[in-house]
Design a protein around this ligand. Structure first.
Ligand code: CU
Length: 321
């Protein structure tokens, strides 16, 4: 796990990001108002039943437009109009506040939703070329990052509750949002628009790092994959080149497929299979041997390899840091 804390659970009632901090009071406000409304209505309905003036079993008289009962209607409509109007204004103010970040974003990341993982492209900046990764977004603490969202297949939704609200990824369209973390940490994200069988296992992590650590990470990500250091790893690489290169890219090798995540530095990521497993030898071996058992229906086919022959590619992939 590279010494980092495990991803926090999806908790939307606290916030660690500038964007989420703007939304948080509204979340709590609407939650409390909804609970109060439910409580008040329940009390009124129950007392209405208990205090009814018509003996049970008798005929129910038609509703009359006169009489003291009407007062309740006027009070009820009046109060809910004021509360709903207030909430609408509050919501619009929050939306206006989060539409753009407080400062010009440091760089842009394009997130492309796939059933059921995330392709992540860091755009080039003045001093770094662009590069592609998957299922993990690393950002420096204290600066906004622009997130462009699109999809290759169906509609997905990008949500990192501790950092930002939800934004959809729509095929043929680019939506924009931004994130900024106020503290270093590992924040869990999740697809929030039902997108098929493995929707629940379409997670990701955002890792917020101090500036220097982030720069070092980014410098390592643009490099090609490391070369095998011994014969066993070289044999693992050979198996990967014959069985896996149609779907995966490993920069610096002949593997150039694009149906699956870029594996150039996959072992440096905290999780595999879109947040489903922590990256380690056991999970990688299991994944490579039985991807259809590990995440049924996902777009990686079960390879035709025996047990020994899956250990070697796993050993090679663990070196792709
Ligand atoms: Cu999805």
């Amino acid at each position: 796990m590279n010494g980092e804390a495990p991803p926090r659970p999806l908790d939307y009632l606290t916030a660690q990001g500038t964007h989420a901090l703007e939304v948080l009071p509204l979340t709590w406000g609407v939650l409390i108002i909804s609970l109060l409304v439910t409580a008040i209505i329940s009390v009124l309905v129950v007392s209405g039943i208990l205090l009814r003036r018509v003996p049970s079993g008798g005929p129910i008289p038609p509703v009359a437009r006169t009489g003291s009962g009407m007062r309740w209607i006027y009070i009820g409509v009046g109060l809910s109009t004021i509360v709903l109007f207030g909430t609408a204004v509050w919501t619009m103010r929050v939306l206006a506040a989060v539409i753009s970040p407080p400062a010009e974003p440091a760089f842009t990341v394009t997130v492309d939703g796939r059933q059921w993982w995330w392709r992540i492209r860091y755009h080039e900046t003045r001093d770094t070329p662009e590069f592609i990764t998957a299922n993990e977004i690393r950002i420096p603490v204290g600066v906004p990052v622009r997130i462009r969202l699109t999809s290759t297949d169906v509609i997905h939704s990008f949500w990192v509750p501790a950092l930002s609200g939800k934004t959809d990824l729509i095929p043929g369209r680019i939506n924009e949002t931004w994130i900024e973390a106020t503290a270093p940490g590992v924040y869990r994200g999740q697809c929030m628009e039902y997108c098929g069988w493995q929707h629940a296992r379409m997670g990701f992590v955002v890792v917020a790092m101090e500036g220097a650590a982030f720069d070092a990470w980014r410098a390592s990500q643009v490099l090609p994959a490391s070369e095998p250091q011994n014969a066993a790893i070289a044999e693992g690489k050979r198996i990967v080149m014959t069985h896996c290169c149609a779907c995966h890219t490993i920069r610096g090798t002949e593997a150039g497929g694009s149906a699956g995540p870029d594996l150039t530095h996959v072992a440096s990521r905290l999780t595999i299979a879109a947040g489903t497993f922590v990256t380690d030898r056991t999970t990688l071996e299991y994944w490579i041997r039985h991807p259809q058992r590990a995440k049924p229906g996902n777009r990686m086919v079960d390879p035709d390899l025996d047990l020994e022959a899956t250990r070697l590619p796993a050993a090679y992939i663990l070196k792709l840091r």
